[in-house]
Ligand binder design. Structure first.
Ligand SMILES: Cc1cc2nc3c(=O)[nH]c(=O)nc-3n(C[C@H](O)[C@H](O)[C@H](O)COP(=O)(O)OP(=O)(O)OC[C@H]3O[C@@H](n4cnc5c(N)ncnc54)[C@H](O)[C@@H]3O)c2cc1C
Length: 504
């Protein structure tokens, strides 16, 4: 059996594994990425790419490609039993909160192709038809048994990233459970080409008794994604076809000449692994958590896991941080995954609950209340903050220290426009950096240079005040754009102590 090595083995080349590979490669870490499938996925699956994901992509220079590949959705139309009831604009719903203030639909297959292309340009190819079958951990590394087209191979690595989806082999090998359950009802998803009033690049939501239909715009005139519940079919899941569900979409929503490009049914699970790490092996993405697609969070959460782990692994491998920093991956990401499963669970229950009260709320109350509510800036902002994942924070992390103005350490750095640019531009270095809005204290420059962190001084302006930062305060920003230390006094000794702890 041949024996080979690399510091990080990434198991699984879905969106989670691909982003982890890209980020680590950008940080100069040698990786190996394998996938047991013969070829990349060819189906659209997850559609929503949230603003926080695009912010991460901007850091590694791929956001423009994602935006160009997708469709920006300008409005949501609410229908009740096939009748249009309300339309709300969402084209600039996150104005002032993120450089990506819109809702983006980008099918997962095209998205994965874009990520793979960038990885190949960086000199890394996904090794296909290569499956992880066994893991053995030692104190100083991990021994992985891989099944390749030419037989079994023994691979030695420092760390293993399990990005291998809901039935993760890495999770099984680590003996980590996957508690939770499966919802009773199940969905269909159909990518169709059709005509009719719904073909206008907007999102359409039709609600009725105990049912709903979502119609997403896809790239190319007439291309749509339908998502709905399968009702009253006696057939097993895999035998259900578009013909069994199409009457609602075609007749009620007036789709004409609908041709199906892809049809699938799927059951929704809600599960979170109790641990995201065992020694030198980590779980990320669907391997660690699965939940209902309400709010389009699943894939984006996996990408968030990948970014969170990438810079920490790179720092440890390069000797820039102590191994203790790896403990913060689980603390930070498991808390968010648990909250997410709870909220998407509630959302899923609301949209699928049967009974007269639920029906009245969905079909009478929501169409009346939602449009005026949407006009309140505070409600629009809250909705954007929550769905876009810019609100994800790590307040309880060992890496979070201090509060200054409205910024609590562990928050994502608030986005602030500056003259002709913004405060997110420097995040492309993927390095720790100190931000000061207003004049920095004299000794800060010398201290940052001695500590090997970048210092950025931004003009103090109205946008900074509105974002809740404090003039002259020190914000130490992590490589993933979260605030590690917030200090109103910009005390250099506090900065020194913080970084010493990280590096120990
Ligand atoms: C029909 C369908 C519709 C969906 N719709 C939505 C939606 O609308 N919104 C949403 O947010 N999410 C949706 N999802 C979920 C979304 O696709 C997942 O959340 C996302 O793919 C998770 O990415 P991942 O990289 O973590 O895992 P995956 O995409 O599952 O990738 C895991 C990879 O690991 C590989 N692998 C597995 N085991 C091994 C092994 N032992 N060795 C090597 N490789 C291995 C697999 O081949 C696979 O390529 C949908 C899923 C399906 C199936």
């Amino acid at each position: 059996m041949p024996e080979t090595t690399a510091p990080v083995l990434i198991v699984g080349a879905g969106p989670t594994g691909l982003v982890l590979a890209l980020w680590l490669t950008r940080l100069g870490v040698t990786i190996r990425i394998i996938d047991r499938a013969e070829r990349p996925g060819t189906t659209s699956r997850a559609l929503a790419v949230q603003a926080r994901t695009l912010e991460f992509y901007r850091q590694i220079g791929i956001a423009d490609d994602a935006v160009a590949g997708g469709v920006k959705v300008p409005a949501i139309n609410l229908w009740v039993s096939g009748r249009p009831r309300a339309r709300v604009r969402i084209d600039a719903i996150g104005e002032g909160l993120s450089p990506f203030a819109f809702a983006l639909v980008y099918p997962q297959d095209a998205h994965e192709r874009m990520l793979s292309d960038h990885l190949e340009r960086a000199g890394i190819r996904v090794e296909r038809e290569t499956e992880l079958v066994r893991l053995e951990q030692r104190v100083d590394g991990v021994s992985a048994t891989l099944r390749t087209q030419t037989g079994e191979e023994q691979f030695q690595t420092s760390y293993v990233a399990g990005c291998d989806g809901a039935s993760s082999t890495v999770r099984h090998q680590l003996g980590i459970e996957f508690p939770g359950g499966t919802y009773q009802g199940y969905f269909y998803v159909a990518d169709v080409h059709a005509g009719g009033p719904l073909v206008n690049d907007e999102l359409h939501v039709d609600i009725e008794d105990a049912d709903f239909l979502l119609v997403f715009p896809l790239k190319g005139a007439g291309n749509l994604r339908l998502v709905g519940l399968v009702h009253g079919s006696e057939k097993p899941d895999h035998a259900v076809t578009f013909d069994d569900v199409k009457s609602r979409a075609v007749d009620r929503m007036q789709l004409s000449n609908a041709k199906v490009n892809w049809f699938s049914t799927y059951r929704v699970h809600h599960r979170v692994a109790p641990r995201f790490r065992d020694g030198r092996a980590f779980l990320l993405g669907d391997a660690a958590h699965v939940h209902s697609p309400v709010g389009g969070q699943g894939m984006n959460t996996g990408i968030g896991d990948a970014v969170n782990l990438a810079w920490k692994l790179a720092a440890v491998l390069k000797g820039e941080a102590g191994a203790a920093i790896l403990d913060t991956y689980e603390t930070e990401r498991i808390a968010f995954a648990r909250r997410l499963v709870e909220t998407t669970d509630r959302g899923f229950t609301i949209v699928t609950r049967q009974g007269s009260v639920a029906r009245t709320v969905r079909t009478r109350l929501v169409p009346v209340i939602a449009p005026p509510a949407f006009r309140f800036p505070a409600i629009r902002r809250l909705l954007f903050r929550t769905v876009s994942q810019i609100n994800v924070s790590y307040h309880d992390s060992a890496l979070s220290e201090g509060t200054t103005g409205a910024v609590v350490a562990g928050d994502r750095l608030p986005w602030i426009r500056t003259n002709g640019s913004d405060n997110f531009a420097p995040l492309a270095s993927l390095r720790w950096q100190v931000h000061v809005y207003g004049r920095a204290r004299n000794e800060l420059e010398a201290e940052c240079s001695a500590l090997g962190v970048e210092l950025y001084e931004f003009v103090w302006n109205e946008a900074a005040r509105d974002a809740g930062v404090r003039e002259g305060a020190l914000y130490l920003v992590r490589p993933d754009g979260y605030v590690g230390l917030a200090d109103a006094d910009a005390d250099v000794s506090r900065l020194r102590t913080y970084l010493r702890c990280v590096r120990r």
